[in-house]
Design a protein around this ligand. Structure first.
Ligand SMILES: *Cc1c(COP(=O)(O)O)cnc(C)c1O
Length: 354
């Protein structure tokens, strides 16, 4: 029945999210979710929100959440944009700020949603190859462009860029918007938020899905100059007036109020990552330096696809990308809790002889 489709639908290549298996008892290390639950204060706030007031629309401007995020990051409320997950925020960013005559630039190995948004919005783009160490090489972005976007730390490599490199880019690239997607920044990468005061073309996006353990609530946000935020609001108000529902706003505010829980859980993930990297290296794995809640690793003697399949047979699921060939032997493994990490290492030891 596809003769009824709008023309563009035939041409779309949709994003394929990591599998959410229906089976219980799998060690799920494939989509970079947080192994620790949300703060108990978030659960209490959500329970309090389950009330008669649900018959009313939420605040279309999410003013309370924006005010809380502005205070948390030392910004003004008009420098904050909130959306239904950072994927929705990014969608609006692509449409509102990155569609120009010159090509948008992003890394060839990066978040695979970027080219999908380009397809949806008809945005001309060029990819820039990571260097031989799989790093984003800022020098390769210093050329005319209609915008630049990359995650920091990058995904799926996990490699962080120092703030000095981001600033070098901003100092040079003043004619287009630079978007730093900081989905994993809380796991040991320097944030570019402090540069917003000095660079009006810098936009930073964050998500509650990883370090705040709230992937199921769908909250993300962007921070930047008020003029950039205004463009996002214009697109949002031409699309969906109420992206943040009552639960999402209450839960997101409560999460910011439990700083101790946030610090404790993110530190635990960082500590577990260090142990996991040592254990893998002892088995001969190469692990790229990670500033994220996942690692990107390969073993010189084993084929990535076979390792991923072997782990799956042992009820451990990790993410494997067949393309490009340069990364086809790597596995992207989310840092789990202690027992998940133990199960992972047990399965890996059964597959790999040290
Ligand atoms: C997870 C992720 C996001 C999207 O997160 P949401 O769940 O939509 O908030 C954005 N960018 C990168 C690089 C991610 O890994």
């Amino acid at each position: 029945m596809s003769q009824y489709w709008s023309k563009i639908v035939h041409e779309l290549t949709p994003y394929v999210p990591g599998e959410q298996p229906k089976l219980q008892n799998l060690v799920k290390l494939n989509t970079n979710e947080n192994p620790y639950g949300p703060s108990p204060k978030v659960i209490a706030a959500l329970q309090a929100e389950a009330a008669d007031s649900l018959r009313l629309y939420p605040d279309p401007d999410s003013s309370r959440l924006k005010a809380a995020l502005a205070e948390y990051h030392g910004l003004q409320a008009n420098q904050v944009f909130v959306g239904n997950g950072s994927d929705e925020v990014l969608a609006h960013v692509f449409q509102a700020l990155l569609k120009h005559d010159l090509p948008l630039l992003f890394p060839d190995i990066s978040y695979s949603f970027y080219p999908v948004y380009c397809g949806l919005y008809g945005i001309h783009f060029e990819t820039v190859a990571l260097n031989a160490q799989f790093e984003v090489a800022i020098g390769d972005y210093l050329r005319p462009n209609g915008g630049i976007i990359f995650p920091n730390p990058n995904a799926p490599t996990g490699i962080p860029l120092p703030l000095s490199e981001i600033e070098r880019l901003l100092a040079h690239n003043t004619q287009s918007v630079v978007v730093v997607d900081e989905a994993y920044v809380d796991f040991g990468t320097e944030s570019a938020v402090a540069l917003i005061h000095r660079y009006p073309n810098l936009l930073v996006t964050h998500t509650y899905s990883k370090s705040r353990s709230l992937a199921g609530l769908r909250v993300g946000y962007a921070l930047g100059n008020a003029a950039l935020i205004e463009a996002l609001i214009r697109v949002k108000d031409s699309f969906n007036s109420y992206p943040i529902d009552r639960f999402a706003e209450a839960g997101a505010i409560a999460a910011l109020q439990d700083e101790a829980y946030f610090q404790q859980t993110r530190q635990q993930v960082i500590t577990s990552r260090t142990s996991l990297v040592s254990a893998l290296e002892a088995l001969g794995f190469e692990v790229l330096p990670s500033g994220a809640n996942f690692i990107f690793t390969r073993h010189p003697a084993y084929v990535g696809e076979q390792l991923a399949a072997g782990l799956r047979e042992r009820a451990v699921i990790v993410r494997h990308f067949k393309k490009p060939a340069r990364i086809s032997d790597f596995l992207r493994i989310t840092i789990g809790n202690e027992s998940q990490n133990q199960a992972l290492m047990q399965a890996i030891r059964a597959l790999v002889q040290a």
